[in-house]
Ligand binder design. Structure first.
Ligand code: FES
Length: 184
């Protein structure tokens, strides 16, 4: 068991070296935000080791993938990946349950206010309006279009260009064939 000081709560706890800091803190009724359940996926459980940085395990591979290799500069660790092996002071000031809940409520309020339920009659009206618009658009396009204009006026039918035919066989030139025989 190792002694840890928790700031800004001014608490002293004794934690088990085989348990992660996240487990130890939550077991002692301290709120640490976590969405992945301690599987090093969310980075919500970030805490700061204020003192005793040598008394915690080296950052795990999963942790460095998320936070980068900057622990010695930022002193930030994922609580779920951090195991204590000596006395430390930890700062959990960015984990405030009340403000997190408030933020969550605001989010759900925003979503619910942005969803507007329409009555069936309103929906039908909108559908009819759209259909009318589409019909008008199609009609105007039919008048203006130049596509297949020969169907409207057969005299303006485009000429056939004679494509897709086999090339004619080239006739042999008599003079040329005589010269060829002389050479042989
Ligand atoms: S709890 Fe999600 S990364 Fe630690």
């Amino acid at each position: 068991m190792y002694k840890i000081f928790v700031n800004p709560k001014d608490l002293t706890l004794y934690v088990d070296e085989n348990k992660s800091l996240l487990e130890c803190l939550t077991e002692n009724d301290l709120y640490i935000k976590s969405s992945c359940g301690g599987h090093a996926n969310c980075t919500d459980c970030v805490i700061k080791i204020q003192d005793g940085t040598d008394n915690v395990n080296e950052p795990t591979f999963a942790e460095t993938q998320l936070l980068g290799n900057v622990f010695h500069i930022t002193k930030e660790r994922l609580a779920c990946q951090c195991f204590v092996k000596g006395e430390i002071t930890v700062d959990i000031s960015n984990h405030d349950k009340a403000s997190d809940e408030q933020r969550r409520q605001n989010k759900s309020k925003k979503v619910s206010s942005s969803i507007r339920l329409r009555k069936k009659s309103e929906v039908d009206e909108i559908i009819n309006e759209r259909k009318e618009k589409a019909l008008k658009k199609r009609e105007s396009r039919d008048e203006a279009t130049w596509e297949k204009h020969w169907e409207k006026d057969p005299s303006s039918r485009p000429k056939k260009l004679g494509g897709g035919m086999r090339p004619k066989k080239i006739k042999e030139i008599p003079e040329y064939s005589d010269k060829k025989e002389d050479q042989e």
